[in-house]
Write a protein that binds this ligand. Structure first.
Ligand code: ADP
Ligand code: MG
Length: 727
């Protein structure tokens, strides 16, 4: 019999029925019905104005205020006509979350009338309080100004709640002095940098008609659903997003019976609600399925331009969480809500391409495309090898440490999987002996003799953090709770840098009179000789790889945030971002400060919570049981029986371990200062990683041991079995 609180929760769940939402509407009516699309704009605006807007979207640049006035007016008419009374500038601070500044359209006049008003200026610029968001020292509270500015490349949309509608405008968020306080600004800059360099390379390859090159992203989102009746009994899930305690259930995921199994009805009803809302918002949700762990699911969209995909990914997380509540669930986006059970990631599928050359990471069928493909692919290889630690740093969060540093996919070592066919081609290039093209013994990159690629490289390597998957790369090490902006910024920037290097090489060799194919081959060969060490097709989980990667290949194994985040302070990383015009040294430093602080805060909250739960919930339950047990044993003795004392002794030992664990954690938490400045930040992170985390683990083993002994009647926390299997 579970404890009374847990029993009540179970009863509540039994009574739940799949919640019917609005009746299903045909796709045509749903799709983007809440989006201020280009089509809507075209209908509402004079042709001349619409054309300039279109050009600004395509080519970037500043929006003229007279144009902005016309757009604002059309937007207001559209939104208020659908019931919106407020508009919100939506922005993406450094916290991985989405922030909104809401204002009413209402504008009282001096003659007592009240009208609605929305000008171009209100559309393109807002002013939330910059100091309330983490800024890593860029802004101090006394000069708190931060500005939001409309990102014209990401469409405005309506957010619906049961009580009305809000017009949402995606914006960048910058300081008074122009520094980026958000995740969108560097993403836009990184895309521009990548475009600049890709243009150069494509022109060197002889292309004359080259449309702007854009990065694309399709992010698969894994998540857990747990009934909300359990959540209110789990302070750890409520505040830290993960269980700090919990013994493994008798049945876990060993049967592999959840993956792609039938989706439970209540969950499917939830998913359909989510998808319908996403369709209204113009988010192209495309796949849904059960994931590996019980209670774990996935949603993935069709890919879009990286900037829009990023906004849509944030929206997806928001909609998932809000909709879960409506259906009596909590949607857990944490990377590791349950120890010993598969964690959640966000696979960021990424490529680059444009309207004239198509997907530049598509090997294609024709040899000519192959040369182009091989160069762009080699640029990725060079980038990932040169800046692997940076790619590790941008996925460093307290939650993701549980996946990356631990014995779970993918490892904290950034290597790259190409698939056997492509790996073979690049190995031949490295050896200077491209078999398939070595006709007549001339070692040039005979553009007409390159191998044809089979489109789908059949095999997949699930243990690689960064894998080529046919026509794109999949960054599989990103955390489920993270904004995809950081990883995309890093990938675009390292790629821009590599392409730029390649273009430099080619330029000088072409100027020296070398033929294009030969020059290209030299560049490819140099990349493979210097950076081929990052390519690895074997088992990324094996301890052999961990040794080999570090000792023989010279790759870094950065296990925790405390190891990975300081990479943001390295000279070569600072220079990379500055050279590509993506982040100034001040902006980069501020990111190091903010992310480090978030890590420290997360671990300290977990430590405090663990202490509190252990002392106020677990200890009382355990001593109560010890008392009952002691009495029973006495009675047995009085009856002349020979009671087994083993259980009592075990209980006593675990209680002692619990008490000692609490004392040690308390002392470590009160452990004074960690010095000054960046050194201080690093020391504080080390304290979290090396002292607090292991102590939380010690406490956990005592509590989980007790869970296996104490009367179920007295145990206050819903068990793993209940949370993972009851719905
Ligand atoms: P899997 O689980 O096999 O990796 P999914 O179908 O779940 O595959 O997800 C693949 C993701 O990759 C989708 O979001 C898809 O839109 C995206 N994708 C496909 N092509 C590209 C591309 N060129 N650029 C970015 N993302 C892409
Ligand atoms: Mg995938």
């Amino acid at each position: 019999m579970p404890s009374p609180q847990r029993f009540a929760a179970l009863q509540q769940i039994q009574r739940r029925r799949p919640a019917a939402t609005a009746p299903a509407a045909p796709f045509g009516e749903l799709w983007a019905s809440d989006v201020f699309t280009l089509e809507t704009m075209k209908e509402a605006l004079p042709g001349r104005i619409f054309k300039s807007i279109q050009r600004t979207i395509r080519e970037g640049g500043k929006l003229d205020l007279s144009l902005a006035n016309a757009v604002a007016d059309a937007m207001k008419t559209w939104a208020t006509g659908r019931g919106a009374l407020y508009y919100a500038h939506v922005f993406y601070p450094l916290t991985n979350s989405t922030a909104e500044k809401h204002d009413g359209f209402i504008s009282p006049k001096s003659d007592g009338r009240v009208i609605t008003e929305f000008t171009g200026k209100l559309l393109v610029q807002g002013e939330p309080d910059g100091s309330s968001f983490p800024n890593g020292g860029i802004r101090s509270t006394f000069e708190a100004r931060g500005y939001t500015a409309w990102d014209i490349t990401s469409p405005a949309y309506l957010m619906q709640t049961p009580n009305g509608v809000t017009l949402c405008i995606p914006t960048v968020f910058v300081s008074w002095t122009g520094e980026a306080l958000d995740k969108k600004t560097p993403l836009l800059r990184s895309n521009a940098a990548m475009n600049r360099q890709a243009q150069r390379l494509l022109r060197l390859l002889g292309e004359t008609d080259v449309a702007p090159v854009n990065s694309s992203c399709g992010a698969e989102q894994e998540y857990f659903l747990v009934d909300s009746a359990f959540i209110s009994l789990r302070p750890d899930l409520l505040l830290a997003g993960r269980t700090l305690f919990g013994a493994p259930p008798a049945k876990g995921q060993q049967f592999d019976d959840h993956y792609f199994g039938a989706i439970p009805e209540r969950v499917q009803v939830f998913m359909q609600d989510v998808e319908r809302q996403l369709y209204r918002l113009g988010v192209p949700a495309k796949t849904r399925h059960n994931e590996v762990a019980p209670g774990q699911f996935e949603i993935a969209p069709f890919h879009e331009a990286a900037n829009v995909a990023t906004d849509h990914q944030q929206l997806t997380m928001t909609v998932l969480k809000a909709t879960a509540k409506k259906h009596g669930f909590a949607c857990l986006l944490h990377e590791k809500p349950f120890a010993g059970i598969n964690g959640s990631g966000k696979h960021v599928n990424w490529s680059i391409g444009n309207a004239t050359q198509g997907n530049l990471l598509d090997p294609g069928q024709t040899p000519h495309d192959n040369l182009q493909f091989l160069l762009f692919c080699a640029a990725v290889i060079r980038g990932v090898h040169s800046y692997g630690p940076l790619l590790r740093a941008v996925i460093a969060t307290a939650g993701n440490d549980h996946r990356l540093g631990a014995n779970e996919a993918p490892p904290a070592i950034i290597s790259m999987y190409l698939g056997s066919q492509l790996e073979d081609v690049f190995n031949q290039i490295r050896e200077g002996n491209l078999q398939s093209s070595a006709k007549g013994g001339v070692m040039t990159l005979g553009v007409d003799t390159l191998p044809e690629f089979t489109k789908d490289p059949g095999d997949r390597n699930r243990t690689s953090p960064f894998a080529f998957t046919g026509n794109r790369f999949e960054f599989r090490a990103v955390g489920s709770n993270q904004s995809v902006a950081g990883p995309l910024v890093a990938m675009n920037t390292v790629l821009a840098d590599s392409i730029g290097w390649m273009a430099d090489q080619l330029e000088s060799q072409l100027n020296a009179g070398m033929a294009l194919s030969e020059a290209a081959f030299h560049v490819l060969q140099q990349v493979m000789r210097e950076h081929g060490a990052v390519v690895f097709g074997g088992d990324g989980y094996s301890s052999e790889w961990h040794r080999l990667a570090v000792e023989e290949r010279g790759l870094e194994n950065l296990r925790t945030c405390a190891d990975a985040l300081p990479v943001l302070q390295r000279q070569e990383v600072r220079e990379l971002f500055e050279r590509q015009g993506v982040l100034s040294p001040v902006e980069l430093e501020s990111r190091f400060e903010v992310y480090s602080e978030q890590y420290v805060l997360a671990i300290e909250v977990e430590a405090k919570l663990a202490l509190q739960i252990a002392r106020t919930q677990i200890y009382p339950a355990a001593v109560r049981y010890l008392g009952e047990l002691g009495q029973a044993l006495q009675e047995q003795q009085a009856m002349g029986l020979h009671p087994n004392l083993k259980l009592r002794n075990q209980l006593g030992e675990l209680l002692e371990q619990l008490n000692n664990g609490c004392d040690a954690l308390e002392e470590a938490l009160s452990g004074g200062s960690h010095g000054e400045g960046a050194d201080h930040t690093e020391a504080h992170m080390r304290h979290c990683a090396d002292t607090l985390m292991p102590l939380i683990g010690v406490l956990r083993s005592a509590v989980d041991g007790l869970e296996g002994l104490v009367d179920d009647d007295l145990w206050p926390l819903p068990s793993y079995r209940e949370m993972l299997f009851v719905r």
